[in-house]
Design a protein around this ligand. Structure first.
Ligand code: GLU
Length: 493
């Protein structure tokens, strides 16, 4: 059987970064097993449907480069891939379960259900509509067949509920957590289908996984409590279940508790891949998709050695479920920054220029070749492409000088020293090595420490004590620009 994995988001809002990780792991495993990666939109809950969310999810995948083999736009052999377009499919399966004795019609009004819930709460209990009490409730198990039939024919609202077997230990397997046992008396009879013609998540999800021949279900830990029901549904339909793997939680940067949207706001980091209303995403914050993928790849999985930097293809090659961890994974923005910096270091400077220009127009007038040469000088210092804006001195004269640096390093004799050095520099051959020698020889000749000339040179060229090595910088700027910047600094300081 060909491995087929799906990412099955509900379009109820923007995709949380945890959802991106789920999509990524599905993709990695699908590709590692030489199978297909499918995106299925689970939009049966009309009340939670949010306009634009589906588009947002697909655009996020496109930005990250997680390409599906089958999805709602692309189509595929087992589509459609949007559950609202498969509406007709589900009724038959719900009715089949009723016929087999695995489900029943229920007519309880929402007021009645609320009352039961409130009463249970008052007694410090939780109301479960399930094996222990369903016979006393308003459904086809307590009503006669003819009464049930007549209610349905009269068009009374109903739901179809799953008939959980009474007091059975069911054992199921999760690839991450191992064997799990649940007593069915702790489960409730979940609604599978509603008389408005819409299935609930549980029915649609299981039916579609079967019809779409899904072999592995990889999803967030929050779905683990549904696994008992899903296992029973596969039994009821007499279908072979897929393998299940529930991914560990993403934890707050402190390591305590589940990562939430509010942590992002408090910690000043995005929790969405792309912007959504007022919340900016990782893309807008200036992160590279390769870095985000690498970072997320290691949030809950490791390749078995201490390799950290991996391309998507390398992660595909190394991925396996047996190295997905059970415990939560701490979300550490510093680590993402590190991955982003590493990603930039591996990119060709022309590519960095292209990515920078997509987001910034500060250096539009600077010729491409100069931008490329400038970036090569400061590449190791960039965390994000936008950080190139901190190196404006590469392409423009400094428009201000750092006060503290000037006070400390710019002396009476500095202008004279710089002018004298300039004369030597003009005579020096090209290349940063030659510049380095010129500085060295000058200091020896004058019997002064290197700092005496290096620091003021840097102030004149950069405006502060930051930047790459002075010899590389001089070599990059060229003698004319150096001359000019020294002249301006001597005049202004
Ligand atoms: N639609 C569910 C979600 O939004 C899918 C869960 C699953 O993968 O089964 O996460």
């Amino acid at each position: 059987m060909q491995p087929r994995l799906r990412f099955a988001p509900s379009p109820t809002g923007p995709l949380h970064i945890g959802g991106v990780r789920t999509a990524l792991y599905n993709y990695l495993l699908a590709k590692n097993l030489k199978g297909k990666f499918i995106i299925r939109i689970e939009d049966t809950d009309q009340s939670r449907y949010v306009e634009g969310a589906e588009e947002y999810i697909l655009q996020s995948m496109a930005w990250l480069g997680i390409e599906a083999d089958e999805d709602p736009n692309k189509g595929g052999p087992l589509g459609p891939y949007r559950q609202s377009e498969r509406k007709e499919t589900y009724q038959k399966y719900a009715v089949e379960l009723v016929a087999k004795g695995w489900a029943y019609y229920a007519f309880d009004s929402s007021e009645d259900l609320t009352n039961y819930r409130e009463k249970a709460e008052k007694d410090g209990e939780r109301f479960l509509y399930g094996p222990l009490n369903r016979k006393g409730l308003n459904n086809s198990l307590s009503l006669s067949e003819s009464e049930t039939q007549s209610r349905i024919e009269k068009g009374k609202d109903f739901v179809i509920r799953f008939k959980t077997p009474e007091n059975k230990e069911i054992v199921f397997h999760d690839e991450v957590r191992g064997e799990i046992t649940v007593n069915t008396n702790t489960l409730d009879d979940k609604v599978l289908y509603k008389s408005d013609g819409m299935p609930t998540y549980h029915l649609a999800n299981v039916v579609d996984d079967h019809l779409m021949q899904i072999t592995h279900v990889v999803r967030g830990e929050e779905w683990l409590p549904s696994l008992a029901l899903h296992t029973l549904l596969y039994q009821a339909f007499e279908w072979t279940p897929p393998l299940f793997a529930h991914l560990p939680l993403l934890l707050k940067p402190t390591g305590k508790g589940k990562l939430s949207k509010r942590d992002g706001e408090a910690g000043g980091f995005p929790v969405f891949p792309l912007s959504w209303n007022e919340s900016i995403g990782y893309k807008e914050a200036g992160y590279e998709p390769e870095a985000l993928l690498n970072f997320l790849g290691l949030l809950g999985w490791n390749p078995g050695d201490d390799t950290e930097e991996m391309t998507l293809a390398e992660m595909v090659e190394k991925f396996s479920l047996d190295r997905v961890q059970k415990s939560g994974a701490r979300f550490d923005l510093e680590k993402l920054n590190w991955f982003n910096a590493q990603t930039l270091q591996k990119l060709d400077p022309t590519e960095i220029v292209a990515r920078y220009k997509k987001r910034n127009n500060n250096f539009d007038a600077v010729p491409e070749s100069i931008l490329v040469a400038g970036i090569s000088l400061v590449k190791e210092r960039l965390i994000k492409v936008d950080d190139l804006n901190d190196h404006q001195y590469l392409f423009q004269e400094p428009h201000s000088y750092d006060d503290k640096a000037v006070k400390k390093q710019w002396k009476e004799e500095t202008p004279e020293l710089l002018q004298a050095f300039l004369k030597d520099l003009i005579l020096a051959p090209e290349g940063s090595e030659a510049v380095k020698n010129a500085i060295h020889d000058f200091c020896e000749k004058r019997e002064i420490g290197m700092g005496k000339i290096m620091a003021p040179l840097r102030i004149a060229l950069v405006g502060s004590l930051q930047g790459p090595s002075v010899d590389e910088l001089i070599n990059f700027l060229g003698i004319e620009a150096v001359k000019q910047r020294i002249a301006i600094a001597c005049e202004k300081l």
